[in-house]
Ligand binder design. Structure first.
Ligand code: HEM
Length: 325
């Protein structure tokens, strides 16, 4: 340093910051000086490392020469990231130690906003995906299917009581003492992936069960009092009856159990149903019966819907989006 260079005094603000940092480090027995010295040697943060750009852009691995397969993979990954954002909000509600109606509503509103974006982006499966290409590269994907998305299933487990993931028939036969394991045997999505005549499970389902059954059962138990329905029922009665909170939860139910499944079903029809001929899916489900929510009628918050609304679940959507076109 040249003789002329003046050392400026540390400003009061800087001293205050240093004092607070020292307090923070003292509290956990760490030496602030050593940490500060470390700053001489550490790199400055940059965008590419922080966002993980190299890893992110290396996660797309098409299996064929068809260019649209890249869009197919990326859009699945985008959807999974949105599922992650949704789970991130849900978990904050479930893990809140002092849950307030305001916090609850704020998080449900965010979840609904994420679903809005997911739904608005769905037409990328039309804009970015030519059916002709899809019909070719999809053959290399069997038996992989979005059916095996664990985040999609975890959103369900976090959102409601485990027994609400049974279809109406199984729910009616459910013993009051049924364990999470009992319920899991009949969870609605297993039916779609089981051949009716032989009761044999598809390979897609068998793979999924092998990897995730334990996790789902564990979560079903752990979340008994932490799922969104339990959290809602733990709010004071005036909050439970608050029309804004009720409407937000109904919207969440509608997004998760009608709007997304219906939009997804629409694209399955677009790409898998050619001139009335139905193409078998990669996951091998009886997808035409299984995918439309009208058939499964899973609802996270059944008590927030009237009997008529429940009976006609999905009817309006089919009339507006399918029959009128
Ligand atoms: C051209 C695009 C798509 C087609 C043709 C398609 C087709 C299907 C079919 C037929 C099923 C039933 C299971 C099977 O038999 O494989 C299914 C399930 C599923 N797919 Fe897709 N899918 C597409 C895009 C997506 C995207 C972008 C996602 C986002 C992650 C996704 C997530 C899922 C999920 C979560 C299920 C299970 C739904 C449930 O159990 O109700 N799919 N898909």
């Amino acid at each position: 340093m040249s003789e002329n260079t003046q050392h400026s005094e540390l400003s009061p603000k800087m001293l205050e910051i240093l004092r607070k940092l020292e307090e923070k480090h003292d509290a956990v027995g760490e030496n602030l000086e050593a940490h500060l010295e470390g700053l001489f040697y550490s790199y400055f943060v940059n965008y590419w490392d922080y966002i993980g750009i190299d890893a992110l852009l290396n996660l797309q691995k098409p299996k064929t020469k068809y260019s649209d397969e890249m869009i197919f993979i990326i859009y699945h990954q985008i959807s999974e990231l949105f599922f992650k954002m949704i789970l991130h909000e849900i978990e904050q509600i479930g893990n809140a130690t002092d849950l307030t109606p305001d916090f609850f509503l704020k998080k449900i509103n965010r979840i609904n906003a994420y679903y809005d974006h997911l739904l608005n982006s769905f037409n990328l499966l039309s804009v970015g995906l030519e059916s002709e290409q899809f019909m070719k590269f999809r053959k290399t994907l069997t038996p992989a299917s979005g059916f095996q998305s664990i985040q999609y299933r975890l959103i369900e487990v976090w959102s409601t009581h485990f027994s609400n993931l049974l279809d109406a028939e199984d729910k009616a036969n459910l013993s009051p003492n049924a364990s999470v394991e009992d319920v899991y045997q009949h969870i609605y999505w297993k039916k779609g992936a089981t051949y009716k005549k032989t009761q044999q499970k598809t390979l897609t389902l068998l793979q999924f069960e092998e990897k995730y059954s334990k996790l789902i059962i564990r979560k079903g138990k752990e979340l008994k009092d932490k799922n969104i329905l339990s959290c809602y029922l733990s709010l004071p009665p005036e909050a439970q009856n608050n029309p804004t909170i009720i409407e937000a939860l109904r919207q969440f139910d509608k997004h998760a159990n009608l709007n997304w499944p219906m939009a997804h079903y629409g694209y399955a029809i677009k790409h898998l149903q050619k001139d009335k001929e139905v193409v078998p899916s990669t996951g091998g489900t009886n997808w035409q019966q299984y995918l439309p929510p009208h058939f499964n009628k899973i609802l996270f918050y059944p008590n927030l819907w009237s009997e008529k609304e429940k009976k006609e679940w999905g009817k309006e959507w089919i009339e507006k989006e399918i029959l009128s076109k």
